[in-house]
Design a protein around this ligand. Structure first.
Ligand code: PCA
Length: 321
């Protein structure tokens, strides 16, 4: 009798934990030193904890499982269950993804949050068309200008090669009178060292994570825009979870988003300070440069509205409300 009780309780134990545990792979594009990946790990740990290991999400950072350009497709085609991408990369799929990199529209965190809220429904709607559910976003600090000389006006950048990372930033490089060169995050140092690029617009965090002080001298705080990463899950996999687990996943997404936005704000300050401490020449843009860049911003918002039509106008109206 004792033996039977033992076997039954053992069975119960096995059933309540690992025997039915679901394992999900979560590819992320950036390495462990980057805050979006730290947020992804926090998100996965929360779910693991709250489900007693029944939903075990494994974060594969830095494109180790799937390279950045393939992650969206991999989740869409159910090769993996969940993943993270830089929103602006998908710019050619739909204008709402382009909006994430439009410069001089939302240049501080309060505005960026407002723009996110105004565009969130459209973002979720476009993901849904691919069978994906938006779980959370993580912003990068504002995008600033890295160069190897002081830049007083756009004339100082003329004909230089500018690193880009999305369709919108390629257009920006054009309008700045520079030559756009698409360089992935992991190749930045190499691209500067071999003179493939002379300048870039990205966050202070990118510089800190790539030790930019070793090969770039100037950092101008143009605060051009605040782009985001997003994490989405394939709906078919989400629907297979019981309701309680679904709620845990959504809840952990909300907690990750809160943490991500707090981190973005914090790192904007901390990482700019590190660049300065490491010897980069950090300065605010001149009035002339500011004016020239804002004019480009207006052109790009105009172009975006033309492309995005009524849905785009609605987002901008809501943002400006
Ligand atoms: N860093 C990433 C995306 C935006 C950012 O600040 C990059 O430069 O690729």
């Amino acid at each position: 009798m004792k033996k039977i009780t033992f076997i039954i309780s053992l069975l119960g134990l096995v059933m309540s934990t690992s025997a039915f545990a679901v394992k999900w792979d979560m590819p992320t594009p950036y390495g462990d030193g980057n805050h979006p990946t730290q947020v992804a790990k926090f998100f996965a740990e929360e779910i693991n904890k709250q489900t007693n290991g029944n939903l075990n999400i494994i974060v594969h950072s830095g494109g180790s499982l799937i390279k950045h350009p393939e992650i969206h497709r991999a989740v869409k085609s159910r090769q993996v269950q969940i993943g993270e991408v830089f929103i602006g990369r998908l710019g050619n799929n739909h204008p709402v993804f382009k909006l994430d990199n439009v410069p001089f529209l939302a240049t501080d965190f309060d505005s960026a949050e407002k723009l996110y809220q105004a565009s969130k429904d459209e973002l979720a709607k476009q993901l849904k068309k691919d069978g994906l559910i938006l779980l959370y976003t993580v912003p990068w600090p504002p995008q600033d200008l890295y160069s190897n000389k002081s830049v007083d006006s756009l004339a100082d950048l003329k004909n230089l090669s500018m690193r880009t990372y999305s369709p919108t930033t390629s257009r920006l490089a054009d309008l700045m009178g520079t030559t756009p060169v698409n360089v992935p995050f992991s190749d930045i140092a190499q691209a500067f060292a071999t003179s493939v690029i002379d300048a870039m617009v990205t966050s202070p965090s990118t510089g800190v994570n790539n030790q930019s002080w070793d090969y770039i001298s100037h950092f101008t705080t143009i605060n051009a825009w605040i782009p985001k990463n997003m994490v989405f899950v394939n709906k078919r996999y989400f629907d297979k979870l019981d309701l309680k687990t679904q709620a845990i996943l959504t809840g952990a997404g909300a907690a990750a988003e809160k943490k991500g936005w707090e981190l973005g704000r914090k790192l904007a300050v901390e990482h700019t300070k590190i660049l300065e401490e490491k010897g980069m020449k950090v300065s605010a843009p001149s009035e002339k440069l500011n004016r020239e860049l804002r004019e480009i911003g207006q052109v790009m918002v105009g172009e975006w509205l033309k492309e995005a039509g009524a849905a785009g106008q609605k987002i901008i109206d809501n943002y400006k409300k």
